[in-house]
Design a binder for this molecule. Structure first.
Ligand code: S3P
Length: 436
């Protein structure tokens, strides 16, 4: 296992581009394979999760070429072009891959087996198995389909009206994907808005998709989906670590170019504004149906504690670990509620964030559906563990930038899941970061 060493140092300065959005990159390869003709993505994220999706799609018969590391061309053969894979599809540790492909597989008149890493095999799949079975798919898995591997025999689906018990873009997307292949329309109702990249991409491809309030309705297409060309926006969930670093390290000024600012993803920017951080959105524009902007971050003069709860939670679901670090430097008690989803991410993020940040001196306590942090508190460098969770590893690296002494993160190679360039980009901004 690799160790990442971080020392506090000089202000962070520079201008850079964060890699492409993981959610959009995943959706691109899946949806482009269903279109008829050549789709093209530039700025595509090449990371463990997205490459897992790409390999699975190839195993399902998609024709894919990668002329550059971050460029993908897909020759879509249409909605009926996929074929039964001869082996299990290995989703690595990617929940998005397994859940979205479960929806896709439910629509196919053949058998698909979705398998994954030990970490993924602990994550709940009943959230997709339940609605997909209601649509008519046969789904087998451990504990009656709650845990992977999943064996799916799809085809002959009927549209359903489904009330989602949790706000999850993965579940919503799985149902919409299956809905493309069903008899009659499918409506999904979500309790709060989650990321809507699937809806935007499907609309851009000409699918019959209607949105009303918290409902999304898909009607199976009568003609083929159109291919798309897109520049993938920078991933705001990756940018979040650099935004936090720039806000926390005294004297910093960073510009991040072309970051996706889809409103279903910007809860973190809203919370930062409430805390008193200095983040500006410059040159707002659109690309492939998605809004993006350059973000200029200057070190904050002082941060205030906040309470984060309710509808904003799904809009920043991946940013809670890094919020905890910001909260250690904010005046007062920060409270996170309604976020029990954190417990079923790559790690139980309530437990692991509390355990690791406490080693650095944070005053943080777990609650059933979130955590509380008392600040401001000086942090100390420590030996900490990433628990195989990319976002925890990057969270601890940012904490290391403001801690006294050296922080050593065990198992930090899991960063490759979503943001392989992170340590290099931090160094380019002036941080003292090295691997051993
Ligand atoms: C994702 C949705 C989120 C998020 C994950 C990516 C997606 O999960 O945590 O990193 O691409 O749809 P949930 O929708 O399950 O909350």
């Amino acid at each position: 296992m690799a160790q990442l060493h971080i020392r506090p140092g000089v202000p962070l300065r520079g201008r850079l581009r964060v890699p492409g959005d993981k959610s959009i990159s995943n959706r691109f390869v899946i949806l482009a394979a269903l279109a008829e003709g050549e789709s093209h993505a530039r700025g595509w994220l090449a990371s463990e999760d997205t490459l897992a999706t790409l390999r699975c799609m190839v195993a399902l018969g998609a024709e894919v070429e990668r002329p550059e590391e971050d460029e993908v061309i897909v020759w879509g053969g249409g909605l009926r072009s996929l074929r039964e894979p001869t082996d299990m599809l290995y989703c690595e540790s990617s929940g998005t891959t397994m859940r979205l492909l479960a929806g896709l597989a439910a629509g196919q008149p053949f058998m698909t087996i979705l398998h994954g890493s030990e970490q993924l095999r602990r994550r709940p799949m009943d959230r997709v198995a339940v609605p997909l079975r209601q649509m008519g798919a046969t789904i087998l898995g451990r504990e009656d389909g709650r845990l992977p591997p999943l064996a799916i025999r799809g085809g002959n689906l009927s549209g359903i009206d489904y009330e989602m018990p949790v706000a999850s873009a993965q579940v919503k997307s799985a149902i919409l994907l299956a809905g493309l292949f069903a008899e009659g329309p499918t409506t999904v109702h979500e309790p709060a808005p989650s990321r809507d990249h699937t809806e935007r991409m499907l609309q851009a491809m000409g699918a019959l998709l209607a949105r009303e309030g918290q409902n999304v309705r898909i009607t199976p297409p009568t003609s083929s989906l159109s291919p798309i060309t897109l520049d993938v926006p920078g991933d705001i969930s990756s940018a979040a670590f650099l935004i936090a670093a720039g806000s926390l390290v005294r004297g910093s000024e960073i510009t991040l170019e072309g970051v996706g600012v889809n409103p279903t993803r910007t809860g973190f920017l809203d919370v930062l504004a409430d805390m008193g951080a200095r983040v500006e959105r410059l040159d707002q524009r659109m690309s492939g149906g998605e809004p993006l902007a350059d973000l200029r971050i200057r070190a904050a003069d002082g941060l205030e504690a906040v309470t984060v709860e309710g509808e904003i939670v799904p809009r920043m679901i991946d940013e809670f670990p890094i919020l905890a670090v910001l909260a250690t430097q904010a005046e007062g008690e920060t409270r996170v509620r309604d976020a029990s989803e954190l417990r079923v991410k790559e790690s139980d993020r309530v437990a692991t964030v509390v355990e690791e940040l406490r080693k650095m001196g944070a005053r943080i306590d777990p609650t059933e559906d979130g955590f509380t942090v008392e600040g401001p508190t000086p942090l100390q460098g420590a030996e900490v563990d990433a628990h195989g969770d990319h976002r925890l590893a990057m969270t601890l690296a940012v904490a290391g930038l403001i801690a006294k002494g050296e922080t050593v993160i065990e198992g930090a190679e899991c960063i490759d899941k979503s943001f392989p360039q992170f340590p290099d980009l931090l160094s380019r901004l002036g941080a003292d970061v090295r691997w051993s």
